[in-house]
Design a protein around this ligand. Structure first.
Ligand SMILES: Nc1ncnc2c1ncn2[C@@H]1O[C@H](COP(=O)(O)OP(=O)(O)OP(=O)(O)O)[C@@H](O)[C@H]1O
Ligand SMILES: [Mg+2]
Length: 399
């Protein structure tokens, strides 16, 4: 079929042609935004899911919704290793400029500007050319992130409230924040909600955030809703494939859809990848099962050389070996002890490797003592990448 008309969109953060299966979370957020706008309490959100399930796309969707409801918003992706201050200062500066534009400056805006200026200065973030006058009030300037960030965000929320506006804070890849930054953010959300300020936080990231947040502040559990962003349900996955084609006057045979759903396990990124290749390879409508069968090798080759390989190449030999041992046992999840046994060593010896792989988003554990790959089909790739599993050899004895 004509590649110029190919509707599918495999790629990080790429808006899918049919945004399927997230209706419940969208509805939940819609209600929360309206409640905040009406001066009522609503929980903050942390969208949790593995790599490639559609967290960024969903976060962007919720961000646009908040903008449509006239929220003043900031949105950024936390870089690895934190640096929250560097990201948040320029974003909040834009918000304050917009609030300032809404009407003449007054006391609350002045305070927020002071807080931002002090915060930027103490965390060594450039703020040259800052337009607002700022008083000498000691605000958000202790150098302790856990005190300063809440003070800053509360000052900004109060300024917004004085203008009759709401603030939405959208942060992707929250797991990359440092423990201190995450704590500061949780304290800020907590204090803002206690004061009924018109501010809502929506974060997204890997599932371990729930534990990280809970460890940082035990009350985080009650502060956030943690909607799970996972593979799509069967009907939604069918829609994600069939609707974009239908809009171009192209149909899928039921068997073709069944096959794609079964291979991809309804994993959103793969749905887009299969959609794209199968479309390009099909000669005419309807797309058949044999079009899918003919495309599979090419798709796997594409995933091997791009998606899987880029992840694999970032790992140390020991981390690769750990994943290879998991692959030996099948798609998983696997008992952590069984993986160690496949490596012919004790669990405690490879605990640190497993922990690092979890932080990198390569493995995760739904239940204690279990380890699973974060994306389907990775086990097969590992067997292709490392055909033979070698036993674990402690580093000092490695040549
Ligand atoms: N609801 C959906 N319906 C159909 N396709 C989707 C949906 N959500 C996401 N996708 C597709 O899945 C792919 C991955 O989406 P996205 O980048 O948002 O995932 P992610 O969870 O943020 O991944 P990562 O953890 O790697 O950042 C994209 O190609 C996107 O078009
Ligand atoms: Mg993402």
């Amino acid at each position: 079929m004509d590649p110029r008309k190919n509707p599918y969109s495999p790629g990080a953060g790429q808006n899918p042609p049919e945004f399927a299966g997230r209706e419940q979370i969208v509805e939940q957020a819609d209600i929360a935004f309206d409640r905040i706008a009406a001066g009522r309490y609503a929980k903050d959100f942390m969208l949790l899911g593995l790599r490639g399930v559609g967290k960024t796309v969903l976060l962007n969707h919720l961000h646009r919704m908040a903008q449509d409801k006239a929220f003043e918003t900031i949105r950024f992706e936390a870089p690895e290793g934190g640096l929250l201050a560097r990201n948040i200062v320029p974003e909040l500066r834009v918000v304050l400029r917009r609030l300032n534009y809404l009407s003449a400056a007054e006391h609350r805006l002045e305070r927020a500007a002071t807080a931002l200026r002090n915060f930027a200065s103490i965390f060594k973030i450039g703020y040259e050319g800052f337009e607002f006058g700022a008083s000498a009030e000691p605000l958000a300037d202790s150098g302790d992130m856990e005190r300063d960030l809440p003070e800053l965000l509360i000052a900004v929320a109060e300024a917004a409230s004085a203008r009759g506006r709401c603030i939405g804070i959208f942060i992707d890849e929250v797991q990359y924040l440092t423990t201190e930054e995450l704590s500061a953010l949780i304290v800020a959300c907590h204090e803002a909600s206690q004061r009924s300020l018109p501010i809502i936080f929506v974060g997204a990231g890997l599932p371990q955030i729930a534990a990280l947040a809970g460890n940082a502040k035990s009350y985080a559990e009650r502060l956030f809703d943690y909607p799970e962003v996972g593979p799509l349900e069967d009907a939604a996955a069918r829609r994600a494939l069939a609707e974009p084609a239908r809009a171009e006057g192209v149909a899928f045979e039921g068997e073709a859809l069944d096959t794609i759903l079964s291979i991809t396990e309804c994993y959103p990124y793969y749905l887009q990848v299969w959609g794209k290749y199968v479309w390009d390879n099909a000669a005419q409508s309807p797309i058949t099962r044999s079009d899918v069968d003919r495309s599979n090798d090419e798709i796997i080759y594409h995933l091997d050389t791009n998606f899987f390989r880029t992840r694999f190449d970032r790992l140390t030999p020991l981390q690769q070996q750990y994943l290879r041992a998991m692959a030996e046992l099948g798609p998983g999840p696997h008992k952590t002890g069984d993986i160690a046994a496949a490596l012919q060593c004790e669990s405690s010896r490879v605990g640190a490797v497993r922990e690092r792989l979890t932080r990198l988003g390569m493995v995760w554990s739904l239940r204690h003592g279990e380890t699973a790959f974060t994306v389907p089909l990775f086990d097969d790739f590992m067997k292709r990448a490392i055909p033979v599993l070698e036993p674990y050899v402690p580093r000092r004895r490695q040549k």
